[in-house]
Design a binder for this molecule. Structure first.
Ligand SMILES: [Zn+2]
Length: 423
């Protein structure tokens, strides 16, 4: 049912949209909106109902993402695209992704309610499948839109049901022929600009006491979902050190070497972060008194510099060879997942900074540590930019806290840009 506002109350609308989506995607803790799941589809349909109630147009693109616009812009061939993703990690927070989609919808609803026109046609996209937690690859929907989804990514299997990504995409009705031919589902020439609002995933805006920022660039990453180190099992009391091929110590040795190189790279003034977030011996076999025969771990390097990422890839190979020689173990690496670092468009960063000043915010820009769909658009040659909104407790967990007034501040920056939009 539609609700009409005498004057458009963006804060009240945002709170209602977040609450409603959280209610149907609630999990044991936080929310779970898996990539290409019925819950993700339900989220798009819910937003569609809201948008139609506001007199906005809604279409689904060939990747089954929802695209919203003012009625007069529905058939526009060239447009500014504003968007983010609606999926979440398992037991995630409600705002990572959804905040950017809600911000875009608020811009459209405000324009419609207040009779304000945009300088250029605007479309708002609610993307699916950005999070890597479900299949391994990240930015799946935006890569598919721009013809960049690799064959190896299409065969990545879902963490829950073991079926591959291609099967899941086909199941929700995506015609996979173009995707498999790496042809774009949306003509990149039609997208004049891409803008994404996202919650900040680090603590900088909290520390600076600022509600929002313009993003200067996005870190790329090299990831190995699983690296297996294979050694030799043995009794923890009976095998002397010289005879051991202990994969856990070999892994620890490798990670320590990488950590030392990380520090050296930082001291040279380069940007880099490194994480091994999943580490496990085989629970079916491991024991307090057993030298394990293997250990699995993940590895995630991120940097704003493609050179720094390549240097880490080479270093990893070298150190692996050296640890294998010294400790009598073998490392087996899953295929590497690579996302290039992305620069935000300088003109857009400047224009958005001017918009910040116009809506009485202190202009501030910062790099993005996390990756976002905006990186895919930027790397496809589409001028792209992002706005960050202050958020407490990081993201990818149920405790993320974004205050609605901060979201409205971030949304106002984009709205101001869209009505000025000096291209
Ligand atoms: Zn996100």
């Amino acid at each position: 049912m539609s609700i009409s506002y005498a004057t458009f109350d963006a804060a009240k609308t945002a709170a209602r949209l977040f609450d409603d989506v959280a209610a149907f995607s609630a999990d044991t803790a936080g929310v779970s909106r898996p990539a290409f799941s019925p819950t993700e589809t339900q989220t798009l349909q819910y937003l569609e109902n809201y948008a139609r109630g506001q007199g906005l147009c809604v279409n689904y693109d060939a990747g089954k993402n929802a695209v919203f616009s003012l009625p007069e812009d529905a058939d526009a061939n060239k447009f500014i695209l504003v968007g983010s993703h609606v999926d979440s990690v398992p037991n995630g927070g409600n705002y990572d992704g959804l905040a950017g989609v809600v911000a875009g919808l608020l811009c459209l609803a405000r324009a419609k309610n207040e009779g304000i026109g945009f300088a250029k046609p605007v479309k708002v996209i609610a993307l699916r499948a950005e999070e890597s937690a479900w299949f391994g690859p990240c930015y799946i929907a935006s890569k598919a839109l721009l013809g960049q989804l690799a064959d190896s990514e299409l065969s990545a299997v879902h963490q829950g049901d073991g079926r591959n990504l291609g099967a899941h995409m086909s199941e929700i009705g995506i015609n996979m022929n173009r995707v498999r031919q790496h042809k774009p589902l949306m003509d990149p020439d039609n997208i004049e600009r891409y803008i994404e609002l996202h919650i900040e995933q680090g603590p900088l805006l909290i520390e600076k006491n600022l509600p929002a920022a313009v993003v200067s660039g996005i870190r790329g990453n090299i990831r190995y979902k699983k690296i297996r180190c294979v050694g030799e099992a043995g009794h923890s009391g009976a095998v002397p050190r010289a005879y051991r091929k202990d994969p856990v110590l070999a892994m620890a040795d490798l990670l320590t070497r990488l950590d030392e190189s990380w520090l050296a790279i930082l001291q040279k003034g380069e940007d880099l972060v490194l994480t091994s977030g999943m580490v496990s011996t085989d629970p079916a076999k491991h024991a307090l008194t057993r030298i394990p025969d293997q250990v699995d771990f993940s590895l995630d390097f991120r940097s704003q510099s493609a050179d720094a990422l390549e240097a880490m890839r080479d270093l990893l190979r070298d150190e692996i060879r050296s640890v294998e020689r010294e400790r009598g173990v073998k490392f087996e690496l899953d295929p590497e997942l690579y996302t290039a670092p992305a620069l935000c468009d300088e003109k857009m960063v400047d224009a958005l900074s001017n918009s910040m000043a116009k809506v009485n915010l202190k202009p501030f820009s910062m790099p993005s540590g996390g990756g976002h769909d905006a990186a895919v658009f930027a790397n496809a040659g589409i001028p792209s930019a992002m706005v960050f909104v202050r958020n407490r407790n990081g993201s990818h967990n149920p405790d993320e806290v974004m205050e609605i007034p901060d979201l409205i501040a971030g949304t106002n920056i984009i709205f101001e840009y869209l009505i000025e939009a000096a291209l």
